[in-house]
Design a protein around this ligand. Structure first.
Ligand code: GTP
Ligand code: MG
Ligand code: ZN
Length: 328
């Protein structure tokens, strides 16, 4: 006899909906529909059933406990999945995530917050001015992208206000794409980078993430807010993440995820070696470091490495700052 007997379960029309093996203790959710979370707002989750195109509102079932559901998650949904007005389905399974974008509230805190999952590309959004761009943020975001295996893309908005060339010089040697954007300007270069990808936009409040999402989707679906002229900061206009589909040329599509502006972007959840790994240009030098080098000591090989360009020296200072600020 074969090790496994066939049963009527093997006759299924859509076998891929079966997400987990049945066990005695777990309720049977093999009939759940798979949906992609496209918005989460105060406990209400909006899911797209990719197979049918239906948009379903759902809430987390009790079984999921404290497990969070974030934009990008693939979830199993049961209950009223008609998507009709007022209907509310239940999310019973969160499928394993390919990656997650997490931040700690500050470097020392243990408190982690998941922002989004299952993305292909991290749009690191900075403004050329208003608010001023900061290397610390870009470096941290690059570390997280590297750590999670997400393609980084630096997006500079508000290039009508200032020239970002000097700010960007430090990243010129890196293998990272950069696109610059002006108010009302041409988005062709950016649209090319978004093809067939799920891209999340991450940046401080007021850098223009929602403005960009509106331009890309040719809608006004996302509210935007001005930058406070006294503090130079944004007003935290967007309060939750939303994924939107964008139509690109030649019937191609992509997804863009707008997120609330980040206040701080801690790295406490990223191991020290992975922070260093996000600066691959220093790997050849680091091979010559003394054992357990802190990379901030006299004998550190990085101090004596001959061929560091000006931009590499700046990156080195940033790496050292990130290490000093304390990641695990
Ligand atoms: N000059 C100029 N202003 C821009 C540009 N892009 C956005 N803005 C302005 O910047 C301000 C903030 O834009 P938002 O799109 O709300 O910024 P956000 O990043 O979504 O901010 P939060 O939702 O708070 O995180 C608005 O007043 C926009 O009109 C640009 O390319 N040039
Ligand atoms: Mg916004
Ligand atoms: Zn060293």
């Amino acid at each position: 006899m074969s090790p496994r007997e066939f049963s009527e379960d093997d006759v299924r029309i859509r076998p891929k909906e079966r997400t987990r093996p049945r066990t005695k203790d777990r309720p049977d959710y093999s009939e759940s529909q798979i949906g992609r979370v496209i918005a989460v707002d105060r406990g209400r989750t909006t899911c797209l059933i990719e197979e049918t195109g239906l948009i379903v509102t759902a809430m987390k079932s009790r079984e999921l406990g404290k497990k969070s559901v974030v934009v990008g998650d693939l979830v199993g949904i049961v209950g009223d999945i008609t998507g009709s007005e007022g209907s509310l389905a239940r999310i019973v399974i969160v499928q394993p995530r390919k990656n997650v974008l997490t931040r700690t509230i500050d470097d020392s805190a243990d408190f982690e917050r998941m922002i989004v999952s299952n993305v292909d590309q991290l749009g690191i959004v900075i403004a050329a001015a208003d608010p001023e761009p900061r290397h610390g943020f870009v470096d941290r975001a690059l570390v997280v992208a590297f750590d999670q295996g997400i393609i980084p893309l630096i997006i500079v908005t508000k290039c009508d206000l200032a020239d970002p060339t000097e700010f960007l010089a430090m990243y010129a040697d890196l293998d990272v794409n950069v696109v610059s954007i002006k108010r009302g300007g041409d988005l062709t270069a950016l649209r090319k980078q978004l093809r067939h990808k799920r891209t999340v936009l991450l940046g401080h409040s007021g850098v223009g993430k929602s403005t960009l999402v509106n331009a890309l989707t040719m809608s006004e679906s996302r509210a935007t807010g001005d930058v406070n002229s006294a503090t130079g900061r944004g007003r935290h206009t967007s309060s939750s993440a939303v994924a939107l589909k964008i139509d690109l040329d030649h019937n191609e599509t992509g997804w863009i995820i707008d997120t609330p502006g980040v206040r701080s972007f801690g790295l406490a959840h990223v191991e020290r070696d992975r922070v260093i790994g996000a600066f691959p240009e220093f790997a050849p030098a680091i091979e010559h470091c003394p054992k357990n080098c802190s990379h901030d000591e006299e004998n550190c090989a990085l101090n004596h490495w001959p061929s560091l360009s000006d931009s590499a020296l700046q990156r080195l200072a940033n790496l050292r700052r990130l290490l000093a600020e304390g990641s695990k």
